[in-house]
Ligand binder design. Sequence first.
Ligand SMILES: Cc1cc2nc3c(=O)[nH]c(=O)nc-3n(C[C@H](O)[C@H](O)[C@H](O)COP(=O)(O)O)c2cc1C
Length: 283
Amino acid sequence: MKIVCCYFSGTGNTRWACEALLQQLAENGHMTSLFSIRKDTERPDLTDCDCLLIGYPVHGFNAPTPVLKFLKSLRKTQKKTPCYLVRTSGEPLKLNNASGITPKRILKRRGYTVYGEFHYVLPYNIIFRHSDGMAARMKLGLELRLPADAQKIALMQRFQVKRGPFCRLVSFVCRVEHTAMPLIGRHFKATETCVGCGKCESVCPQKNIHICDGKPVFGKACVGCMGCVFSCPKDAIHPALFEGWKVNGAYSFDAPPAADGEVCKYCNKAYLRYFHEGEGRNN
Ligand SMILES: Cc1cc2nc3c(=O)[nH]c(=O)nc-3n(C[C@H](O)[C@H](O)[C@H](O)COP(=O)(O)O)c2cc1C
């Protein structure tokens, strides 16, 4: 089976989840290819694709704008090609399922059929920094799910996630983020610790940052992925309204995984439920 995965990722979590899932599928003998949804990448050729995976991080209980634009730009097909959504989020809240509503609707209009949605909880790239132990437990949570998830794709299993009316309402209301982010993003600034290394310019999937006179200048196309803030080696980017929520620097996933008692106090029960589910334990 030829499986194509197209993903958007600001700080690497979604890329990593998609790569891990594809590796599992490749080991099972499938032909896989991976495409990053960025302003500077080529469109994938989906003509003889048997199964399409769409990867994205949850942004304000929705899929990020570049993902929706990418889906709208897909060539219409009559084949009803099977498709799976692969998303990552910082919290294991069921409300994050809201982020599948719009991608599913667009894909249906383009002639694709969403067979199921996979959800992996990975460390927050905004709001607060998880401990390395939590990051390691999240990595474990993903790795434990991969074999069964890859099997579902290989067997083209259909499964639906639950979404109530509240979920739909939240998705609708939070879509305001799509309009607000380009405005907020214009006010991102580099502080005096910036050395003009250009890392932010190269990571920005929107090609929204340009180095002028040794400092980054932020344009009008920010989607708030936090790639620039997260990857700045000097922690020099001041993300305007999000200053208090800034997370800088890659996580180390190599620490001993957090034990149940150490699991982050924020949404503790939801995290434990997610971890235990992956470990095949009942709460
Ligand atoms: C602007 C923004 C909004 C976010 N909104 C949510 C959210 O609604 N729910 C959630 O659980 N995580 C949220 N997150 C966290 C990310 O979904 C999570 O860290 C994700 O794994 C990042 O993936 P990436 O590294 O591929 O960009 C948000 C992150 C950003 C930057």
